[in-house]
Every structure is written in structure tokens, then in C-alpha cells.
Ligand binder design. Structure first.
Ligand code: FAD
Length: 558
């Protein structure tokens, strides 16, 4: 028998928890969350690898919707790790009594839109069935682990793990020869910590990238007090910046300062640490010559830290502009290569041929290993959505509709999938932001939208394909206005997953601008969407509408 509810939410991370609270407690809808994991937390439930930590600063990595919650919660460190984030989300669940409507250990495998009943029929891997009017995918952008197809993995005599599915009981690395594949944000966090306990760590690097020291530290009592007392100001900054972080981007171009001043600015940003390095100049993400100055500064740092010149050269041989791939921050990443028990293998010079029973064989050598760590990231953004067999109007499959790349309006809805919403979906700023801020914006927009539908007796909403096409063009235009389009091998383009269409997935026009566009669309009666009342033959347009001119959206955002 189907469980009949108003709204079904898939995923119990930051997005799913707030969506449940909003739909259930603000709109009064019967709402259920289904979560594949054994508990809440999403990313932080799954990613418990050594060194795992948030790169966003804790005072902005939080919900802002509840003043009371903010006043009672205090982060202990500049960047929280999984245990503290899980405690935070646990507190949120307790405060808003969320657990009673979450079903854990239950993966959604299919969702089919029944046009006659205007219901989504959802099936799980434990044989449960739900029927809901609204379906919200809060499945996360980085929740579908990507394990590269390297021949021989099945023959490996040791153990292997993906960082995004790290055993909760931990892995004893003492005395082990560990091979780590991958040097993105996760690999850069993990290597220094693995090296501290492993007998030997071999880091297999295909694509080097820039990293800036995180400079994590306990928060001082003064800072904690400042955070408590300035909740509204922190929120206002996070909502007004392109990336949703609580720091502003400097209002100057690289060419506005002398080379000496520029060097001093970079030195200060390096000393301060964190993602704020990217905020030193306004044009770092839009002007190649400006970006080159940051890139050169960071490469020089690598060469200064790493003692072995060959290793330093391989780490600094970076082929893309700074921050055009997700910019990592680290704790002693480059210093780790000065340890006697750490080796770097440059896969561009010496590619992996196969995994053997004993370890990993590259063209020039076999590296004996007890453990392989895949820090190889995720089938980002579309992966978790397409893992579900989602069928919309006329049985159309999302997997087919998105074969050549995701098609959305505002990253919120796909055409032909009425009442189906995605949080931080492709075509929204999502992974280019401090995500809780982007998540809150989406959850609130979706909640307002559903509230509007119910108030106006409207049965379903879906985007006008024409608006979808224009939005797709605008997403491309926004990426092309920045240097992000120069890192074609980044996961923003889906390049880490063989066969995935090469489409720039997140919206690079900036979160603040995106928020204005979404507000404008809603204020115009959901311009660019079709609002449908059952019994009416035609699906009417929301309004005659501009269907997304996005005139406010000119100029680079990121
Ligand atoms: C290692 C790592 C570090 C990160 N660091 C930062 C950072 O510093 N700053 C930042 O802003 N963001 C960071 N992120 C991004 C992070 O994902 C977001 O900040 C945030 O946690 C996303 O919340 P979410 O609820 O949207 O998704 P998630 O936290 O990914 O939660 C989605 C949930 O949906 C569940 N799910 C998926 N498919 C199904 C299904 N079919 N059925 C049932 N359940 C399903 C998953 O199990 C998961 O629990 C990081 C991500 C990773 C992986």
C-alpha cells in the first residue's frame, strides 16, 4: 500500500532537513524524508576520511533562518570537521523535531509522475511505496562516489576505500602502505593525515592544483561573541556576495596596485589562509593576466616549500588558471612531501596501467600497497539525480531528457516533470558557493512556490521549455564570462566521469544575482513556468511573460 503524503523529500542533509521543516511547519504539509544513509547529515555522514573538514568558515557554514538556533549554537573551530557538523545538524533535527518524519536506510530507486492523479509514485529499495503531490530532490551535488574504472581492481589483494564512503569505524592505517589516487580538495585534506600514521603514502597525481593554507584554529571567545552578536550582518554579507561566503571580494583589480603592493596583498592572504585568497582582487576570475599573478604566487610557494625539486616541479606544473577548478585549502599538504614516508607519482609522466594483486602498476614501476584510497570525487550534480529512475509526463525519463546534458530552469525544475524540484540542481550556483546559503535560498523559494500553488488552487508547475533553453544559454554565457570555462577537464564540466556530457553545470553568475532573478521570476507570478489547473485542457503560461530575459544578469558574477 502506498503511503499518501503531500510532499516527499529525498535526502537528509542540510537541504532535506530544512525542506522538511519548511514544508511541514511553515505550510502545514504532510511531509516525509527518505534517506539512504543510516542517519542524517548527508555529506558529513558519508565523508569521514582522515583529514575531512569543511573549507567554508564555520560562522557562515550554517543555517541562517533561525535566529534562536544561531544564538544557541557555537562552533569551536574556524573550519568544522564532520563530528561537529553532525552534532550541529543533530541539534537542528532535535530543535525542530525532524526525526519523526525521516526514514533512514531507505534509497529511492524510482519516481514516476501519474498525470491523472497528479501524484509522484515513489519506490524505495526496501520495497516501500509513497504517493506525493510534490517531490523534492535534496540528494546533494556530491553524493555519488566516482570510482575510476582502472583495470585489475577486483584482483587487488589489499583493501580499498572511497573517501566519500569511508567506514564509520575508521580504518587503521598504522604500518600500512597506502596509495592515494586523487589530489583534489579531498585528496589534499587526506594526504597529510594519512602520512602521519601510514608506514608509507604514495600519492598518485594526475592533475595538480593550487592550494592555500587553511590555517584552522580554535575560535577565540571574542570571535565567538562577535558571531553571536552579528548574526544579521554575517547573513547580509553571505547573501550579497557571489559565492555566499561571509567575506567580501576586494573592490580593486590587480592592475590597480603596484607589483610590490600585489605581493604584499598575496602574502597577507596566504598568512590569513582559506578561501579568502580568491577575494584579494575583483578580476581574478575574469582576467587571465590578473589570474596569472595569483597562479605564479602560489606556484612559487609550492617550489619554496617542497624540498625535492622534481616533486616540487610536478606539484607546481598546474595547467589551469587559479580557482577554475574547485580551490582546495589545506593543512600542511605541500610540507607532507618533505616527509621520508611520502612519494609523489606524477601520472602525466608515468600513467597507471593497472591495479595488480600487490598494488598499482604504472608504466615505469609497480608500487606495492596494502590499502588504496580513492580520493576521486563524485559524479557531481547530475549523478545522484540520474541514479534514480525519474519519469515525468508521458513516461519521459530524466536520464533520456538529460542525455546531452542537464536541462533546467534556474536549476530548480526540468521541463516535463511537474511538481518535481531540485535543490542546488544543475543550472543553479550550488557548488560554486558556500552551500548552506544556496540551499536556504532554494528551500525558501520552493516553499514559497508550493505555498503559492496551494493558495491559488493550482495543481502543478513545470517550466516552459523556451525558458529552459534561454536559461541554459545564460548558464553558458555566465561561465564563458569567467575563466571557469578554461578548465574543461574539471568536474564542473563533468570531465571526471567517462561518457558524461561536457556541459558546465553550475551557474557562474553569482548567488546574489541568481537570488534576484529567482525573486523576480516569483514576483511576476512564476514567469517562465507553466501553472496548471486540472480540468483545464491547455497548460497555460504563468503570464505572457518574458520567460527569462535575465537582463539583470549581465557581467561576470564569480
Ligand atoms: C568532502 C566534502 C567537503 C565539502 N566541503 C564543503 C565546504 O567546505 N563548503 C560548502 O559549502 N560545501 C562543501 N561541500 C558540499 C556539501 O555537499 C554541502 O555543503 C552540503 O553538505 C550539501 O547538503 P545537501 O543536503 O544538499 O546534500 P548532501 O549533504 O550530499 O545530502 C544528500 C543526501 O541525499 C541522500 N541521497 C542521495 N540520493 C538518494 C536516494 N536516491 N535515496 C535516498 N537518499 C538519497 C544521500 O545519502 C545524502 O545523505 C563538501 C562536500 C564534500 C563531499
Amino acid at each position: 500500500m502506498d503511503v499518501e503524503i503531500d510532499a516527499l523529500v529525498i535526502g537528509a542533509g542540510f537541504a532535506g532537513l530544512y525542506q522538511l521543516h519548511s514544508l511541514r511547519d511553515r505550510l502545514g504539509l504532510s511531509t516525509r524524508v527518505l534517506e539512504a544513509g543510516g542517519d542524517l547529515g548527508g555529506t558529513w555522514y558519508w565523508n569521514r576520511y582522515p583529514g575531512a573538514r569543511c573549507d567554508s568558515e564555520s560562522h557562515a557554514y550554517r543555517y541562517f533562518f533561525s535566529r534562536e538556533l544561531n544564538e544557541e549554537w557555537e562552533w569551536s573551530e574556524r573550519y568544522p570537521g564532520p563530528p561537529e557538523i553532525l552534532r550541529y545538524l543533530g541539534r537542528v533535527a532535535e530543535k525542530f523535531d525532524l526525526r519523526r518524519d525521516i526514514r533512514f536506510g531507505c534509497r529511492v530507486v524510482s519516481a514516476r509522475y501519474d498525470e491523472t492523479a497528479n501524484r509522484w509514485l515513489v519506490q524505495t529499495d526496501v520495497g516501500e511505496r509513497y504517493a506525493a503531490t510534490y517531490l523534492v530532490a535534496a540528494v546533494g551535488c556530491l553524493s555519488s562516489a566516482n570510482i575510476p574504472d582502472i583495470p585489475g581492481l577486483g584482483e587487488f589483494g589489499g583493501r580499498w576505500f572511497h573517501t566519500g564512503k569511508w567506514p564509520h569505524e575508521g580504518v587503521d592505517l598504522a604500518g600500512q602502505r597506502v596509495g592515494q589516487i586523487g589530489t583534489g580538495s579531498t585528496g589534499i585534506q587526506a594526504a597529510p593525515v594519512i602520512a602521519q600514521t601510514a608506514a608509507h603514502l604514495t600519492v598518485f597525481q594526475r592533475t595538480p592544483t593550487y592550494s592555500v593554507p587553511a590555517r584552522n584554529a580554535p575560535l577565540t571567545p571574542e570571535f565567538k561573541r562577535w558571531v553571536r552578536e552579528n548574526h544579521a550582518e554575517i547573513r547580509a554579507i553571505a547573501c550579497s556576495t557571489p559565492n555566499g561566503h561571509a567575506f567580501r571580494i576586494a573592490d580593486r583589480n590587480v592592475a590597480d596596485v603596484t607589483p610590490d603592493e600585489r605581493q604584499a596583498i598575496y602574502e597577507a592572504a596566504w598568512a590569513r589562509g582559506g578561501l579568502q585568497f580568491r577575494a584579494t582582487f575583483r578580476d581574478l576570475m575574469t582576467d587571465q593576466a590578473a589570474n596569472d599573478t595569483a597562479a605564479e604566487f602560489l606556484k612559487a610557494r609550492i617550489r619554496a616549500i617542497v624540498r625535492d625539486p622534481k616533486t616540487a616541479a610536478a606539484l607546481a606544473d598546474i595547467d589551469h588558471p587559479y580557482a577554475t577548478k574547485r580551490p582546495p585549502i589545506d593543512t600542511d599538504y605541500y610540507e607532507t612531501f618533505n616527509r621520508g614516508n611520502v612519494t609523489l607519482v606524477d601520472l602525466r609522466a608515468d600513467p597507471i596501467e593497472r591495479i595488480t594483486p600487490r598494488g598499482i602498476r604504472t608504466r615505469s614501476a609497480e608500487h606495492a600497497l596494502d590499502i588504496i584510497v580513492f580520493a576521486t570525487g563524485f559524479d557531481a550534480m547530475t549523478g545522484p539525480l540520474l541514479a534514480i529512475d525519474i519519469r515525468g509526463r508521458d513516461g519521459r525519463a530524466l536520464r533520456e531528457e538529460w542525455r546531452a546534458g542537464p536541462q533546467t530552469y534556474l536549476g530548480l525544475q526540468a521541463p516535463g516533470f511537474p511538481n518535481f524540484f531540485t535543490i542546488t540542481g544543475p543550472g543553479s550556483p550550488s557548488v560554486l558557493t558556500n552551500m548552506p546559503v544556496a540551499i536556504e535560498q532554494h528551500v525558501e523559494w520552493i516553499t514559497d512556490c508550493i505555498g503559492y500553488l496551494r493558495q491559488h488552487g493550482i495543481d502543478s508547475i513545470e517550466p516552459d521549455p523556451e525558458a529552459v533553453q534561454r536559461w541554459g544559454e545564460h548558464v553558458n554565457e555566465a561561465a564563458n564570462a569567467t575563466l571557469l570555462s578554461k578548465a574543461k577537464h574539471s568536474w564542473y564540466y563533468g570531465a571526471n566521469v567517462p561518457g558524461k556530457p561536457r556541459v558546465f553545470m553550475p551557474y557562474a553568475g553569482g548567488l546574489a544575482r541568481y537570488r534576484r532573478i529567482c525573486e523576480d521570476v516569483a514576483a511576476k507570478g512564476y514567469d517562465g513556468f507553466w501553472l496548471h489547473r486540472r480540468g483545464e485542457r491547455e497548460i497555460p503560461r504563468a503570464r505572457g511573460g518574458t520567460a527569462g530575459e535575465f537582463a539583470v544578469a549581465r557581467g561576470p558574477g564569480v
